[in-house]
Design a binder for this molecule. Sequence first.
Ligand code: FMN
Length: 190
Amino acid sequence: MSTPSQRHVLVGVTGGIAAYKTAELVSRLIKRGDLVTVAMTDAATRFVGVETFSSLSGRPVLREPWGAFEDHESQHVALAGQADIMIVAPCSMNSLSKFAAGFASDMVSLLVAAIDRAQTPVLLAPSMNAAMWNQPATQRHVATLQQDGFTVLMPETGWQACRTEGCGRLPEADSLIEAIDAAIIHPQSS
Ligand SMILES: Cc1cc2nc3c(=O)[nH]c(=O)nc-3n(C[C@H](O)[C@H](O)[C@H](O)COP(=O)(O)O)c2cc1C
């Protein structure tokens, strides 16, 4: 549970090469005093170890929808109700499609599905190579998600992990934090 002056930020990490940049985001949020809970997909753990995020956040990383139940309450329901905001960074093409279609089959998509976005904004930061970003399916899903009330943080253009220039880079931690602060509905007065 966060203290009254603390924001509780849920960070979903999915399977993209930019997952290493999310470690910086979590570190910066913790440094400024936020409570951060990280959830990872299986693919995300191929890019950054669970221990990196548990060490940086000082909390267990959520991996398993069938994990710990507290007082007989599902952890995704409890967390969805406690969080002030959720950001999925990087948001893979695969997870973006799942969110657009309403799938809830892993810890990250389950949390996204359990959040009431009228109370708790959900920011999605897609990151993928330019070909994946330009797919009609990806662009269709982005439009659907925006219509459904998600905030999609547009990827940047520049040097990509596939060693070409293109659109699909995850914005740096500074921009993600700015977007989080702009989106939080009930800012605390700390
Ligand atoms: C080396 C490698 C790098 C990848 N990088 C990305 C990426 O940057 N963005 C993306 O959308 N998918 C990327 N993928 C594909 C995803 O990891 C894959 O679609 C996975 O199923 C995503 O699962 P998730 O959405 O459950 O995390 C990459 C795959 C590999 C093997």
